[in-house]
Design a protein around this ligand. Structure first.
Ligand code: IVH
Length: 678
């Protein structure tokens, strides 16, 4: 080993040790800052000497690998599921079945049933070589690069580990990470995740592992497989895995017989409310491996283990009134105002009634007591009417006939459950909704504006349609203020200071480079999604040709049917739309497909790239290529930056900042390789 190799080994060992203190023992020994310094030194060395990068280097936690398509792989051992029970009676039956198949007493192990995504981790000679999702139980998706970014997943093992080990567990998203992620998504106008499980699952499938690294995922170990593994019981084996480098479960108890199991369940049914991550039940396992073998398994699930799922908590509370909310697409959602009631740790005051059919099917009447349930712990659900408490003369809840915001008569299309307000162009939430779509990431990608800011601009009367955005000036924006109230009545003041204002204007200015096909998508023509917009742009080449296309010409385009064609024609028949499109053109938006629309790819989709320094080609050319391949040019480095594309003479400040945030710096050559131009 030369000096460099030694330094790399020493740093890796030190970083791994601190990772261990932090993730496995919850006992950090150095500050985050000092840790980042160590990691940065290693990142720099590895960049300088790529030939010495080890496969289990702790720098892999930072991510940066792009997976275009997840390959599938067969599991070495099938990934079974567990039988579910919901009552103590079912558990008694489970216990009786187990005892019937065994002689003597049984020791059970009780664990938490983590509510996330199952994962299989393969370690060959102590190195994590593959991470595979459950899939259909016999094959799953290979998500190794993404899983390597998760701090609580050991990249390599220590001690007397076997040559081949399969560790199984659940990838979960703790509530803190989940709430932060959803807040960020709402801010940029993206749909929030419904629950931490969906968020974890969505995160594992991200193409850029550097993004996964930011999602705050965590791994919870629950099982190990392999040939001739040490120990003769489950508890001791997980202890052994802990010696090799895994975190031992936060909660895991050996209990005696059924009474012990029931005690554990009662305790955790209450205490789960204090856990920082979601669980949806308790898993009970026979501890002794010989006994597990004796009890056996069916094709689907082991007989030696069972999941007890917590019942959703349910209360009944009176319906006080119904609000009718108008969504971004004009859909009317009835929302029940309930007499506040305490449920699973929070006070419930409102719950959705979904749509007109929901109210009719449940026959909800004025003054009814409604049953409210909270299952996934996040959103309360109305599950029925408490008929015993219904007043004899109660009138059915009446659904509105006109839009509560603009007074337009509502419409329901045949075969659709939703009732909507057809006044697309002048109904406030629909105007805001269209603006939010216009600025969204896949459309014009103006991320310096978000839902909250659009609301302010709308409230101040500054924007009524997308073209108005391009008339905004520093003076119009600077100093704007609005107090925004969230669901819980908490208020915060949004104010446009100098930096915010400048960012907004820069974002709007940059959007003028967005290619035509995305402009077309951004217009929000009904039924014209991203793909259709691309196809229309390629076929017709410019906005005038699309606006004057006939029904016959439109349906010639692949995937464009009558419904889409009609919608396009209707859009361009409307003079207000036409006028807006004209203004957008005058403002300088791309209304013609460049050559790039032929060659465009989405290789850089979702990536924010900053170009800095001197290159062999003009900088603008690089910027054009970034846009053309679905990426976004950004001008300042933040934690949301994906890459710094660095040329010669890149500013030292920028480099320092990129390094301190752990943002990968790529060369011109690497960039061209990424987009397939080399
Ligand atoms: S043991 C062969 N233990 O629940 C038994 N599973 O349907 C393997 N789960 O897919 C499962 N927490 O993803 C086990 N402590 C725990 C668990 C757990 C969550 C998940 C797992 C599995 C599903 C069972």
């Amino acid at each position: 080993m030369n000096d460099i190799q030694q330094e790399i080994a020493r740093l890796s060992e030190e970083i791994n040790r601190h990772n261990y203190y932090y993730y496995m023992l919850d006992d950090p020994k150095i500050s985050d800052y000092d840790f980042d310094q160590l990691l940065q030194r290693l990142i720099d060395l590895e960049r300088q000497y790529p030939e010495y990068v080890q496969p289990d280097s702790p720098t892999q936690r930072v991510g940066g690998t792009i997976t275009k398509q997840f390959e599938s792989a067969a599991h070495i051992y099938p990934m079974l599921s567990l039988g579910n029970t919901y009552s103590e009676g079912d558990l008694t039956e489970f216990d009786t079945r187990v005892h019937d198949l065994l002689n003597g007493s049984v020791e059970y192990v009780c664990e938490l049933k983590y509510d996330g995504v199952a994962i299989s981790l393969i370690y060959e000679h102590g190195i994590l070589t593959r991470a595979v999702t459950r899939g259909d139980g016999s094959r799953g998706d290979v998500v190794t690069a993404n899983v390597k970014t998760i701090g609580s997943v050991p990249l390599s093992l220590a001690g007397d580990y076997p040559d081949l080990l399969e560790a199984r567990g659940e990838i979960i998203m703790p509530y803190d990470s989940f709430n932060a992620l959803n807040a960020e998504r709402e801010e940029i106008g993206e749909q929030p995740f419904a629950n931490p499980r969906n968020a974890a699952s969505g995160s594992l499938k991200l193409q850029n592992s550097a993004e996964v690294a930011k999602r705050g995922l965590s791994f919870k170990l629950y099982y190990a497989l392999g040939e001739n593994l040490p120990e003769d019981n489950h508890y001791a084996r997980l202890r052994k895995l802990h010696e090799w480098g895994f975190r031992f479960p936060d909660v895991m108890e050996k209990v005696d017989g059924l009474p012990g199991v029931l005690g554990f369940i009662r305790t955790w049914n209450e205490q789960r409310k204090q856990l920082p991550y979601p669980i949806d039940g308790i898993v009970i396992k026979v501890n002794d491996f010989a006994q597990q073998q004796q009890v056996g398994a069916t094709a689907k699930s082991p007989r030696w283990a069972i999941a007890y799922k917590f019942k959703a908590e349910r209360v009944s509370t009176p319906l006080l009134s119904v609000d009718f909310q108008v969504g971004r697409t004009g859909i009317i959602t009835p929302v029940a105002n309930l007499k506040p009631v305490s449920l699973a740790g929070t006070v419930v005051k409102r719950a959705t009634l979904n749509n007109r059919d929901f109210i009719a099917d449940m026959d909800i009447r004025e003054g009814d007591f409604l049953f409210v349930e909270k299952g996934g712990e996040i959103i309360p659900k109305i599950v029925g009417v408490d008929m015993e408490k219904r007043a004899p003369e109660a009138n059915p809840v009446r659904f509105v006939d006109v839009c509560p915001l603009c007074g337009t008569t509502l419409v329901q299309n045949e075969g659709e459950a939703g009732v909507f307000c057809p006044n697309e162009l002048h109904c406030a939430p629909q105007i805001r909704g269209r603006l939010e779509h216009f600025i969204s990431r896949k459309a014009m990608n103006i991320d310096s504006l978000g839902e909250g800011k659009i609301e302010v601009l709308y409230a101040q009367g500054l924007v009524r349609n997308a073209a108005d955005l391009y008339d905004l000036t520093f003076d119009k924006l600077f100093g704007l203020e609005k107090v925004i109230e969230d669901e819980n009545g908490k208020s915060k003041t949004l104010s446009f200071k100098e930096k915010t204002t400048q960012n907004i204007l820069n974002g709007i200015e940059q959007s003028k480079n967005v290619p035509f096909e995305r402009v077309l998508y951004a217009l929000g023509v009904r039924f014209v999604g991203e793909v259709t917009a691309k196809k229309l742009a390629r076929r017709f080449k410019n906005i005038d040709a699309i606006a004057s296309a006939t029904q016959e010409e439109l349906v010639e385009v692949e995937d464009v049917g009558e419904r889409v064609a009609e919608s396009v024609i209707q859009y361009f028949n409307n003079t207000e739309n036409l006028e807006m499109v004209m203004r957008l053109r005058t403002a300088g938006l791309q209304m013609e497909a460049g050559e790039e629309s032929q060659a465009a790819s989405d290789k850089l989709a979702g990536m924010n790239i900053i170009v800095s320094g001197v290159f062999s080609v003009p900088r603008d050319e690089l910027k054009r290529l970034i846009e053309q391949n679905g990426g976004k040019n950004v001008s300042s480095i933040s934690k949301n930056t994906t890459y710094v594309l660095a040329g010669d003479k890149m500013g030292p400040e920028k480099r320092k900042k990129a390094e301190s945030l752990g943002i990968p710096i790529i060369s011109e050559e690497e960039f061209f390789r990424m987009i397939g131009n080399l």
